[in-house]
Design a protein. Structure first.
Length: 515
């Protein structure tokens, strides 16, 4: 998009990409123009900024209900939910849905519970929903609408939906979201419009073609996606000593979680990140529980249960730290220093938690403080040091640079059944790449005239062996959890050694012979 001056539709591999709406791409284009190039940093900045904004918005939502202490703790728990941290580092659209859902619910609750100006408030809620619609489609309207309806039903105020000011919200939502969809129609992109609006939402929901999972999938993934705080959710039921504001906040959080989990459980297509819009509700609910634990307001039974969950996490941290020190240097020696830093950090944090459990300690605050502090430091160390170091092993960036040397940009290059990796290869390769999805396409590609290359994952080699014949791979290289092979096919067919390790003698010889 940046190279072509295109602003209406996303482009990948020279082809329009209709799977997601446009808002992230506009934000990325703005970031690219501000920073001067389409670097990884420029593409990640919009999501990182939204991650910070999501945490701050969670604070604002909680503030009038439960005060500053509860609001700060809710924000801290949301920031240390691992999937929120991870998604804020990567190019994923799910965080946009989280942010705009949170904004819409914030504005709606200000109207319903705190007397905020109705027409202005619903207009702002509609703008948030409209921006969400531009981020990931109708789901950004469905989720906040469902939460608000359930909340009104739970508080016996369903009649509030007859408020004429809600029409201002509907109008502002349409005013924000509709122009881009109308522009698609006006430019004759009916196929694009059908894909992005209908097939990727309604058809995927009712008749999924990928990510098909059983109905109970989220009853399991809930505890993983929203870890570590999801483990505390069952203990936050019917907390004692709650004033009216805190009871209303708890009720909102419960229907929020239930609505998100139930809605996505009805869909045939299920992925863990779909649960991210429930992350603020989990943080809010658990913050009430941990605030009571911190202030020693819980019953003995509930306090022991919280104690047990914290102890479990202390043991997990301790085991993880020991494992990092023992295993990582043996598997990847260059990461020894990083493994030592992470291992020492989590071991010290877990030891601090365990010390806080000793009967001689007169405070129950140390385990919780140590746990939150350890998570925060772990995320910072991972983001700044560890993940960039691991990137050389898990990213295809280096391999693709090498691939461009073996197969120059002017030569034809194809991937065989690697659709999910196509974007990465196009981004780092700065070249058009064919995507072959069947053996017939691979056979036609091999038999077509000209000099060309194909990249195949090693696990598919048996499937395509009869088509490739006796041709040997030029390169064999592991990337993260998979291994790729590069073959020269057609007029430029070259020999090599099947299974040659990356960088080995036969591999180097093949590279010198490559055109």
């Amino acid at each position: 998009m940046h190279a072509r001056g295109e602003a209406l539709v996303p482009i990948i591999n020279g082809v329009e990409f209709p799977e997601k709406p446009i808002l992230y791409y506009w934000l990325a284009l703005l970031s690219v123009r501000l920073l001067g190039n389409a670097s990884e940093l420029a593409l990640r900045v919009p999501l990182t900024v939204l991650g910070v904004a999501t945490v701050l918005t969670c604070y604002l939502l909680v503030l009038p209900y439960a005060g500053r202490a509860h609001a700060r703790l809710s924000a801290a728990l949301l920031a240390t939910t691992w999937s929120v941290w991870w998604t804020a580092r990567t190019v994923q659209m799910d965080l946009l849905v989280v942010f705009f859902t949170l904004c819409a619910i914030l504005t709606a609750t200000r109207i319903l519970d705190w007397g905020f100006a109705r027409w202005t408030g619903w207009t702002l809620a509609g703008i948030a929903a409209g921006l969400g619609f531009l981020s990931k489609g109708p789901i950004a309207i469905v989720l906040p609408g469902l939460v608000i309806i359930l909340y009104l039903a739970a508080t016996r105020r369903i009649g509030s939906l007859r408020d004429r000011a809600i029409t201002a919200g509907l109008a502002s939502c349409l005013a924000v979201a509709a122009p881009w969809y109308l522009a698609l129609n006006a430019t004759g992109r009916d196929g694009f419009l059908h894909e992005v609006l209908w097939r990727q939402n309604v058809t995927r929901f009712l008749q999924a073609w990928d990510h098909r999972q059983p109905w109970w999938y989220y009853l399991v993934s809930f505890w993983i996606v929203l870890a570590p705080w999801a483990a505390f959710v069952p203990l936050a039921s019917r907390l004692p000593g709650r004033d009216a504001g805190r009871r209303a906040l708890d009720r909102l959080a419960w229907v929020w979680i239930a609505g998100v989990v139930a809605f996505f459980s009805l869909s045939e297509s299920k992925r863990g990140p779909y649960l991210l819009p429930a992350a603020p509700a989990v943080a809010i609910l658990v913050a009430g529980l941990l605030e009571g634990y911190w202030n020693r307001e819980l019953s003995l039974r509930r306090k022991r249960a919280v104690f047990g969950v914290l102890l479990f996490h202390a043991i997990v941290l301790l085991a993880g730290g020991v494992l990092a020190l023992a295993r990582v240097p043996a598997i990847l020696p260059p990461l020894t220093l990083h493994a030592a830093a992470v291992g020492a950090l989590v071991i010290l944090g877990s030891v601090a938690m365990l010390v806080g459990f000793l009967p001689s300690m007169k405070t129950s605050r140390l385990p919780l403080s140590a746990f939150i502090g350890t998570l925060m430091l772990l995320y910072v160390v991972a983001s700044v040091c560890v993940l960039p170091a691991v990137d050389r092993y898990k990213s295809a960036r280096g391999f693709i640079a090498r691939l461009n040397e073996i197969a120059p940009v002017e030569r034809s290059l194809a991937l065989y059944r690697m659709q999910m990796r196509l974007g990465e290869y196009c981004y780092y390769g700065h070249r058009p790449i064919l995507n072959l999805e069947s053996r017939a396409q691979l056979r036609d590609y091999r038999e077509s005239p000209g000099e060309k290359f194909v990249v195949i994952e090693e696990e598919r080699l048996d499937d395509v062996g009869p088509i490739l014949g006796d041709v040997e791979p030029l390169v064999r290289q592991p990337i993260g959890g998979y291994t790729v092979l590069v073959f020269a096919v057609g007029d430029n067919r070259l020999g090599g050694a099947r299974g040659t390790a990356a960088g080995g003698p036969a591999d180097r010889a093949a590279r010198t012979r490559a055109p």
